[in-house]
Ligand binder design. Structure first.
Ligand code: ADP
Ligand code: MG
Length: 633
């Protein structure tokens, strides 16, 4: 047998130690790399066969485990390689990838481990788990001679005459001592399932020692025609749901989905599902699985799709997503940018279509999609262009409206007064008694939460255009007085104001050199028809925004807000308080009532903080005691 020796030409001699050392943390990627090479080889052979009009055996890949020999062999029936091709592709070209990797690692210094595993190393990743690798191959080309190459994980390699009789390639890994777990069939199965579940050719795990037994059947790993490759017109809803369950077995049913398919100017297929949001589960970044030609690449889509899209779940498969590239360079990759833009646009269009064609469904799923849509509008201009005017809010009248619909629904009497203003009601903070007042006036306010809504409001206020008219959001409490209170105040109103001022505010003058206590309230009188509560708290809109900003910027959450207690002088409780006070002789009771009015307004808005509860309970007991005392006299 003739042997020919060669040397892998590299500047750095320690390339193999680096591969072994640095890739150790994610060594199972060698299987992904070798299987995807096998897949490419089968695809190439099929393409040649088509153009040359020849019959082919069905493409298949066997992963053969031999525990005695301590080998794992990846065997394919693809194009195969001649000796010259092995020389060229394996010892020269493949190494250029490996060299680049080593350079990157060296540049990154101590941080090197961050790059690992995000950098597919192709063929040479096999040296992470093997101390000797053989390539036995027979090229599909007519008259080709079988070739055999072997290398012990150093820069020397040997060619010898090959023995392979069927077209294809066997990569034989002599598994090293530290990686004997890969001689375990279960481990191989598990790793293959992770990476190859949807690969296009049959992948079987074969037990070399048992394969001659009569009823032996190798286990087939993959499902070869994943749903995203199929024609959306032929797929039933149940199939999409089943596919979703397979990918995300712990999840509840998705709300709806979109099937992505594009051929030009890049190729991409995929299915994205809108999940039911699980508020209790921490946000996950691994919702979208990336494939490249049905080979699993990653379930971390960071830098590939914008962050807001990672609320969606599903798969994206594109040959234009490079397997063998580090993540940091993905960010700048023009194809990746185009893919990202495309996905954003498709998702926006799917929602637009649903809005236009099935408003009812759009509304029922809004509870789950709303956060996503608002987040998308705030973070992506293109998405915003399509969806801002389709963002809906539930109003205090329970109806769901867009901003434009809201403006249209304002009664004429208020249209001019409100102008560009849109009333909002803070879900957990606004006083519910204000809802009745609005309802009586046929007005409504958008109910806003404390999470994404402040950002979305600010976004709409700042970014306007022809199609996105100017809006200004104002909270109900800060605007109601301007809107519905009557302006003339009577002598009695002034007396009410003075009474509350005296008891709740006390010394109003700020002495020179002193700063006014910001938590001190002020008193205002508003005569509002149909108001049911004795008083409510009003906070200036600007103030509210400042406070929110302070919280967002991580400052103290208890930013002191200047509050105004708005008294409704027509309320029977207020009138009684005034009467008792004018009668004289019951100052302590009047005082308690005034404090109680304030307490009620606090409870009705933000609520009592834990440390305020005790004092409140004591005040209430005192008040009841005094009142019942009067009644028993
Ligand atoms: P890449 O796959 O990115 O080209 P690899 O290091 O994985 O880099 O492989 C180097 C080259 O070796 C491949 O491009 C291919 O030409 C050749 N090759 C590797 N494995 C096989 C195989 N099983 N059959 C045929 N050719 C192969
Ligand atoms: Mg490869």
């Amino acid at each position: 047998m003739s042997e020919r020796k060669g040397t892998i030409s590299v500047q750095t001699n320690d390339i193999f130690p680096i591969i072994k050392k640095w890739l150790y943390s994610e060594h199972d990627i060698f299987l992904r790399e070798l299987i995807s090479n096998a897949t490419d080889a089968i695809t190439k052979r099929a393409a040649f066969a088509r153009t040359h009009n020849v019959e082919l055996p069905t493409g298949k890949i066997d992963v053969i485990v031999n525990t005695k020999e301590k080998t794992v062999t990846i065997s394919d029936n693809g194009v195969g390689m001649t000796e010259e091709e092995i020389e060229k592709y394996i010892t020269q070209l493949a190494f250029s990838g490996a060299k680049e990797f080593v350079e990157k690692i060296e540049q990154a210094g101590e941080k090197g481990s961050d790059i690992i595993g995000k950098f597919g190393l192709g063929f040479y990743s096999s040296f992470m788990v093997a101390d000797k690798v053989e390539v036995n191959s027979l090229s599909w080309q007519e008259g080709a001679k079988a070739a055999s190459w072997s290398c012990h994980g150093d820069t020397e390699y040997t060619f010898s005459d090959g023995t392979k009789t069927e077209v294809g390639t066997d990569i034989v890994l002599h598994i090293n001592a530290e990686n004997e777990e890969f001689l375990n069939e279960w481990k191989i199965n598990e790793t293959l399932r992770k990476f190859c579940d949807f690969m296009p050719y049959t992948i079987s795990v074969v037990n070399d020692e048992k394969k001659s037994e009569e009823d032996y059947k190798p286990s087939v790993i993959n499902e070869m025609a994943p749903l995203w490759k199929q024609d959306p017109k032929e797929i039933k809803d149940e199939q999409y749901l089943e596919f979703f369950r397979k990918l995300f077995p712990m999840d509840s049913e998705p709300l709806f989905w979109l099937h992505l398919k594009v051929d030009h100017p890049f190729t991409l297929e995929g299915i994205l599902f809108f999940p039911k949001l699980n508020q209790k589960m921490p946000f996950q970044e691994s919702n979208i699985k990336l494939y490249s030609k049905q080979v699993f690449v990653s379930d971390n889509v960071k830098h590939i799709v914008p962050e807001f899209l990672s609320l969606l779940k599903g798969v994206i498969d594109s040959p234009d997503i490079p397997l063998n590239v580090s993540r940091s360079s993905l960010q700048g990759d023009p194809n990746v940018k185009r893919i990202s833009n495309y996905v954003v646009k498709k998702v926006a269009e799917a929602l637009k279509k649903l809005f236009n064609n099935d408003r009812e469904k759009y509304q029922t799923i809004w509870e789950d999609t709303g956060l996503f849509v608002k987040y998308g509008c705030v973070s992506d201009d293109k998405f915003d262009d399509i969806l801002r005017e389709r963002v809906i809010f539930q109003g205090t009248d329970d109806k769901f409206q867009t901003i434009a619909e809201y403006k249209e629904s304002i009664p004429e009497t208020y249209a001019e007064k409100l102008g560009d203003k849109i009333l909002y009601f803070e879900k957990d903070k606004s006083d519910p008694s204000l809802k009745n007042i609005l309802a009586e006036e046929k007005l409504s306010a958008f109910i806003m939460d404390d999470h994404i809504d402040p950002h979305f409001m600010q976004h709409c206020e700042m970014k306007k255009s022809e199609t996105k008219p100017a809006v200004q959001f104002v909270s109900v409490d800060s605007e109601l007085g301007n809107l519905v209170a009557s302006e003339n105040s009577t002598e009695e109103d002034i007396k009410v104001k003075d009474l509350f001022n005296k008891i709740l505010v006390g010394e109003t003058e700020v002495k020179e050199g002193e700063v006014e206590d910001p938590s001190k309230i002020s008193i205002e009188i508003q005569k509002i028809k149909n108001s049911t509560a004795p008083a409510y708290f009003k906070i200036d809109e600007q103030m509210k925004r400042f406070a929110k900003m302070a919280v967002q910027m991580g400052q103290n959450a208890s930013f002191p807000l200047k509050k105004t207690l708005v008294i409704n002088p027509g309320n029977p409780l207020i009138q009684n308080a005034l009467k008792i006070s004018e009668k004289g002789g019951n100052d302590s009771l009047v005082e308690k009532i005034c404090h109680h009015v304030e307490d009620l307004a606090t409870i009705s808005s933000e609520g009592l903080k834990n440390d305020e509860k005790e004092a409140f309970l004591r005040r209430t007991q005192d008040l009841m005691q005094e009142l019942t005392g009067h009644l028993t006299q």
